[in-house]
Design a protein around this ligand. Structure first.
Ligand code: S3P
Length: 427
């Protein structure tokens, strides 16, 4: 699908965004292992989180969907049954990596695969700790999907230090640890998003977090719950940047997840001079949630490096757009993980920048983006990557004429409502 985006004069309105993708995945998986029916409200509408639901259904779990409310009829820790078909993770790295931990402990064999993009993403980062737990997994070239997981029946607990800051890998080990008798310990180089820890505790698991060390007691009894998922801060990021590059803009985004392991994005924007306010802050099922107001203000730019890079990794494509419009430009370092996301996001950002006449210096682990650049209308491509589609749709709002986005449907991976909402706020 090709989408046209016309430049906007000012953006205004109040938005409610779909449920957080990271949280929805975890709740979908854990609810399928809990005893009884969980009701999850504001479940992500994205294709990725539906890949997760498709997998748990293929494992014999009944799922009912009414709008964005999902009911999952869990059958307890030992309730999954051998799938009659291979499990389709679609485009979703979270689905394949997190599910692997759960599948490794089953008493049956399963194969999990993904689309062309996912088939190029490395899985050895989860295969290694799972093999230490006693799992047997075959992969194409020993690291790429599809994965054939010869269920070990049960796993051995491990004390594992993550070599990279990855919440997906942390979650995979913890999810394996559910089926390991004794203590599974994960040590992180920095605190990655902690939605799994919050969700596991919420379902009744015995889990402690001391600084960067997470300890889970195996074989918890997980109990069904009623939970509301906050709106996705990573989805909100596109609208925050849109308001910061289109003069006169004023937006309110309601009910956004503001978990501190995700909200470094806001801290960075604030430190760069963005006019952002959190209007109402409350805790919903253990996750901080608030309304965010963003108003146009010139933004300084800055440096994203080290732990900050890991904390805002999903938002870097759209922050790069902000950087090009900023006063002083943006330097992004230590972002080699971008090269193994849904696309090589350093390459796809640079390609779309060059189409719109934006200067950028590409480095092996980041980009140097001069500030005060003028955006030219262009024919962009998402390259099948949802965050690239949305980041450059935002850039197009500040261009000097109408732009087009090829493969615009990619946005549906996390945010099917994106194009409609963009049209709504641009009037
Ligand atoms: C995610 C963790 C991050 C992030 C991804 C979602 C999660 O990936 O980029 O979009 O929900 O745990 P890594 O674990 O590879 O850092």
């Amino acid at each position: 699908m090709r989408q046209t985006v016309v430049p906007a004069t000012r953006l205004s309105g109040t938005l409610t965004l779909p449920g957080d993708k990271s949280i929805s995945h975890r709740l979908g998986m854990l609810a399928s292992l809990a005893e009884g029916t969980s009701i999850i409200r504001n479940y992500s509408t994205g294709a990725d989180c539906h890949s997760t639901l498709g997998c748990v259904q293929a494992l014999g779990i009944e799922v009912d969907e009414e709008g964005t409310t999902v009911k999952i009829h869990g059958k307890g820790l030992d309730g999954w049954t051998a799938p009659t078909r291979d499990l389709d993770a679609g485009n979703s790295g979270s689905t394949i990596r997190m599910m692997s931990g759960l599948l490794a402990a089953q008493s049956f064999e399963s194969t999990i695969f993904g689309d062309e993009s996912l088939s190029r993403r490395p899985m050895d980062r989860v295969m290694k700790p799972l093999s230490l737990m006693g799992a047997k997994i075959d992969a194409r070239e020993n690291r790429f999907p599809p994965l054939t997981i010869h269920g070990a029946g049960k796993l051995t607990p491990i004390d594992y230090t993550l070599p990279v800051a990855s919440a997906q890998v942390k979650t995979c080990v913890l999810f394996g640890g559910i089926f390991a008798e004794g203590e599974t310990i994960v040590r992180e180089p920095m605190r990655s998003r902690d939605h799994s820890e919050i969700a596991l505790k919420g379902f009744g698991a015995d889990l402690t977090v001391v600084q960067k060390v997470v300890t889970l007691q195996g074989r918890p009894k997980l109990e069904a719950r009623e939970i509301t998922v906050p709106s996705d801060l990573s989805g909100a990021a596109f609208f925050l940047v849109a308001a910061l590059i289109v003069p006169g803009s004023d937006l309110i985004i309601r009910g956004v997840g503001l978990n501190p392991t995700r909200s470094a994005l806001l801290d960075f924007m604030l430190s760069a001079g963005a006019k952002i306010k959190v209007l109402k802050l409350e805790s919903v099922n253990g996750e901080p949630v608030g309304d965010i107001q963003v108003q146009y203000a010139p933004v300084k730019g800055g440096v994203i490096e080290g732990d900050l890079t890991a904390a805002v990794i999903d938002e870097i494509p759209v922050l790069a757009v902000l950087g090009a419009a900023s006063e002083e430009g943006l330097i992004i370092q230590n972002a080699q993980e971008l090269r193994i996301k849904e696309t090589d996001r350093i390459a796809t950002v640079a390609e779309n920048f060059s189409r719109m006449g934006i200067a950028v210096e590409v480095t092996p682990d980041g980009m140097v983006i001069p500030g005060k650049q003028k955006f030219k209308a262009a024919n962009f491509d998402s390259f099948g990557d949802h965050r690239i589609a949305m980041a450059f749709a935002v850039a197009a709002l500040a261009a000097d004429g109408p732009s087009t986005m090829e493969n615009a449907e990619a946005a549906s991976v996390s945010f099917p409502e994106f194009w409609g909402l963009l049209g709504q706020i641009a009037g």
